[in-house]
Design a protein around this ligand. Structure first.
Ligand code: ATP
Ligand code: MG
Length: 502
């Protein structure tokens, strides 16, 4: 529980600081840890080695003093003894004191002069049969390595030498200072290196972050800077490629949106025109006829004999027949009921026959597997309107001699193809032309096909004719509604020649 709390605390702190600070913190921490660790180790081992050396030196000096003082003690030459002690102190900078005790333990001669510390006498006693005794004394001046060596097996007394640690402590302190200085220097270099590293790492990341923010705000023109060809550079390139695709997709979407709006406007204006036409038709034709009918009926009402009634009624009948025909034609124009009643193939065939009367283009219709079948009404309408527009384009723009229309039930989809041998056109140029130049016919065809989940392909090149190919899937509910004759299968090939001679 506690560990997880600490962990979450660590993450709340580490997560809040920028990557730059994290990297610099880690590198600085490592350098400091390494530097301090090395300093501590070197200091410890140096202290041990120097302390050992000091002990050995102390023992050797004390033995030397003991050996050289034996004769002087026996001859009671105190002055020479004192000289020996002075020489020893002068020649060894670590020697803090030297003194010689007589066999009864009294100070015979010492380097302290009159101020001999009384406690020192009792410290570090040495039995006569022992070669030496070493003791580390804690004094006001620091630690002293005190060595006692019996002189002449203790019969002539004891030689004592005290070696101060001060000098070697100074050496250790100087070495420690140098190591700490090196650590500090390394830390500075580490911070600088970390700064460079974080710059190399975070700069492209910051560029990416800025680019992401720009994209989030809808600015798809912004690109992430690519500094190098490493992983971050590749990430930047991938990001830029993605934004580029997004921009293209958005532009395409906008274009489609714009075209859809224009298509809608066109549909609405066509609808308005149609209404006006119907109103005109009703006003000029139907209501005129009905008025004539009313006048006629009045005449009949006031007819004087049966002969006149018969004559007038016959006239009125023919007037009613004409009016009925007009109403029927109007209804037919509004919705080609042949599409509802007889289906796609019959409607296309009638449409082509009507067109062939108006132009001298040779028109052929081939149907495969569709003669006896009905498709879902929305697919029939979509295909009918696409074929209608394609044929209208052929008549308006192609200058073709011949056009072939194929309607085919192929596997689980329905396919239509309208192919002319006219002058063709540059599809890309027309589709990407400025909006005021662009027409809505082709776009409407694409829209109708895609609304049905199908695809429309346009193949054309100047001088090489045009082929419009549409494939619409017939799945689930869009499956064939009716199979009037299951035996006829897809082998039924209908061909209608609706050339200009008909
Ligand atoms: N079969 C074709 N042969 C030659 N050019 C064609 C053919 N179909 C289309 N085009 C070219 O493509 C252009 C765009 O056709 P689209 O049907 O979109 O517009 P439109 O027929 O000019 O006008 P509308 O919006 O009334 O259909 C045409 O202006 C024409 O230049
Ligand atoms: Mg057109």
């Amino acid at each position: 529980m506690k560990v997880s709390k600490l962990w979450s605390l660590f993450w709340s702190v580490a997560g809040a600081v920028p990557v730059r600070v994290k990297i610099m913190g880690i590198i600085l921490g490592l350098v400091l840890l390494l530097g301090l660790g090395v300093t501590f180790q070197i200091r410890a081992s140096l202290s041990r080695t120097l302390a050992d050396q000091l002990d050995k030196q102390a023992i050797s000096i004390t033995r030397d003093v003991a050996a050289r003082s034996t004769d002087l003690i026996l001859t009671n030459n105190t002055f020479a003894l004192y000289e020996l002690l002075r020489d020893t102190v002068d020649n060894n900078q670590d020697v803090r004191y030297v003194f010689i005790l007589d066999p009864s333990g009294e100070v015979l001669v010492s380097t302290f002069g009159d101020r001999f510390p009384p406690d020192l006498l009792k410290a570090n006693p040495v039995p006569p049969d022992q070669r030496f005794s070493l003791e580390i004394l804690d004094t006001e001046e620091g630690l002293i390595h005190d060595v006692a060596v019996p002189i002449f097996d203790g019969k002539a007394g004891v030689a004592r030498v005290g070696m101060s640690e001060r000098h070697f402590r100074d050496v250790v302190a100087a070495a420690t200072r140098r190591l700490l200085l090196t650590t500090a220097l390394m830390s500075l270099i580490g911070i600088f290196a970390a700064y460079l590293l974080t710059m190399v790492l975070t700069r492209p990341i910051r560029g990416l972050v800025e680019a992401t923010e720009a994209v989030a705000k809808g600015n798809l023109k912004h690109r992430a800077p690519v500094w190098a060809n490493d992983e971050l550079g590749q990430l930047g390139m991938a990001f830029n490629a993605m934004t580029e695709k997004l921009e293209l997709a958005r532009n395409e979407l906008r274009r489609k949106e714009e075209m859809r709006t224009r298509l809608l406007e066109k549909v609405i204006s066509v609808q308005e025109e149609e209404r006006k036409r119907i109103a005109r038709e009703l006003h000029d034709e139907t209501s005129q006829s009905l008025t004539s009918l009313m006048v006629g009926l009045k005449i009949v009402q006031s007819a004087s004999n049966m002969e006149e009634v018969r004559e007038r009624t016959a006239e009125l009948r023919s007037l009613i027949e004409k009016t009925l025909e007009g109403v029927y034609d109007l209804a037919l124009e509004l919705r080609p009921s042949i599409l509802d009643d007889l289906g796609l193939v019959a409607a296309v065939r009638k449409h082509m026959r009507d067109y062939s009367r108006k132009s001298d283009i040779h028109m052929d219709l081939h149907t495969i597997g569709l003669e006896e079948k009905r498709l879902p009404p929305e697919i029939e309408t979509a295909l009918y309107r696409i074929v209608q527009e394609a044929l209208s384009n052929v008549i308006k723009h192609a200058g073709a001699e011949k056009v072939d229309v194929v309607l085919e039930h192929r596997g689980s989809s329905v396919v239509a193809k309208i192919e002319d041998d006219g002058r063709g056109f540059d599809v890309d140029k027309v589709m990407n032309s400025r909006k005021e130049e662009r027409r809505l016919g082709l776009f409407g065809m694409y829209e109708r096909a895609s609304l049905m989940g199908g695809v429309l392909t346009l193949k054309s090149r100047p001088g090489q004719g045009t082929t419009v190919f549409i494939e619409i899937p017939l799945d689930g509910e869009k499956a064939l509604l009716e199979e009037r004759d299951t035996n006829s299968e897809s082998t039924s090939v209908g061909s209608l020649s609706t050339g200009g001679d008909q």
